[in-house]
Write a protein that binds this ligand. Structure first.
Ligand SMILES: [Zn+2]
Length: 333
């Protein structure tokens, strides 16, 4: 779930920020397409996704000012390859005047194939880094916009914008996402089981990024717990490992443990294969390496077989404790 790129959809289809999208859709339906929008809100709440939806609505020939989502135009907007939909971000820490002039020149050109041109400018607050000249150049264009250009400014921190720029735009405020929306996004975009997604979403800060970070943290914790059990096993303690596994009584938890062990086995295989730089668990690298060198565990191939058998059995309603015991015995030599 990379920053706001989770999904491209039309205003009607967007999976989050539905109220914002609906308000924009209503304005468009009554023929009100502005020359400049300012999408403002915290990072990771879907602003960019809504900007693409607005772009599709502005350019789609099938459902004008709505967007069909499936025609050649909409699909090219979503894929970022439509000549009349341009996305600009600061090349480094700031937009310099040359870059801004490039954007403004593009705004003045005739659209290639559509009735208008949409210019998406990410983080325009980066136009006031050393001087206000880039921001002033943009302001001048916003004051007298070329007839067929639509600007969409996407700002994570609008307080840094020139007030005159803010007042030239239709301001659209993006609130933080609800836990329900975040949970849905985790299920849809990251394949997280629903119960876990709901849990993680509650710990997030209302942003997709926060949810991704909370998910990573949760997964790291789970991997660390699974690693601890595997260390017990390698030390010869099947009983100890089973004791630790007693905390995972439920079938869902046991399946999550099997998944965590499969991830760990992937790391162990990377160590076996000498591909150390592929290790994802940097924080746990020393422990994973010691485990790989202990000689107490079966090969990764055999481990995967045992894990697959255990997962199948658990899904097939087997006894959870017995299945884990069998798995633990199957993991050691
Ligand atoms: Zn379309």
């Amino acid at each position: 779930m990379e920053e706001e790129k989770a999904r491209r959809a039309t205003l009607a289809e967007l999976p989050y920020q539905r109220e914002v999208a609906a308000a924009l859709a209503r304005a468009l339906a009554s023929g009100r397409l502005a020359h400049a929008y300012l999408f403002a809100g915290p990072r990771g709440v879907g602003k960019e996704a809504v900007a693409y939806a607005l772009g599709a609505a502005a350019l789609c020939p099938e459902k004008p000012l709505e967007g069909c989502g499936v025609c050649n135009t909409c699909r090219r907007v979503f894929a970022d390859v439509h000549p009349d939909f341009r996305r600009y971000e600061a090349p480094a820490l700031h937009f310099d005047i040359d870059r801004v002039r490039e954007i403004l020149a593009e705004a003045g050109r005739t659209p290639s194939e559509s009735p208008r041109k949409v210019l998406l400018v990410m983080e325009p607050e980066k136009m006031t880094y050393r001087s206000d000249a880039p921001a002033n150049a943009l302001l001048k264009t916003l004051e007298e916009p070329p007839g067929r250009a639509v600007f969409v400014l996407v700002s994570h921190d609008p307080r840094q914008l020139l007030p005159t720029i803010v007042s030239r735009c239709v301001n659209v405020h993006f609130p933080r996402l609800t836990a329900e929306d975040l949970a849905e996004a985790l299920v849809r975009d990251r394949g997280v089981p629903a119960a876990e997604a709901a849990d993680v979403a509650r710990k997030a800060d209302g942003t997709l990024e926060g949810a991704a970070a909370a998910l990573d943290e949760e997964q790291l914790e789970r991997l660390e717990a699974a690693l601890g059990m595997m260390e017990e096993l390698a030390a010869g303690g099947v009983a100890e490992a089973l004791g630790a596994a007693q905390v995972t009584r439920g079938r869902e938890e046991a399946l999550a443990l099997v998944a965590a062990w499969a991830d760990l086995t992937h790391e162990l295989a990377a160590v076996h294969g000498g591909a150390v730089d592929t290790l994802r668990l940097e924080a746990l690298e020393g422990r994973v390496r010691a485990l790989a060198e202990s000689g107490r565990l079966v090969t990764p191939e055999q481990a995967w077989e045992a894990l697959a058998r255990a997962a199948a059995a658990l899904r097939d309603n087997s006894n959870v404790a017995l299945t884990l015991e069998e798995l633990f015995l199957g993991m050691t030599v």
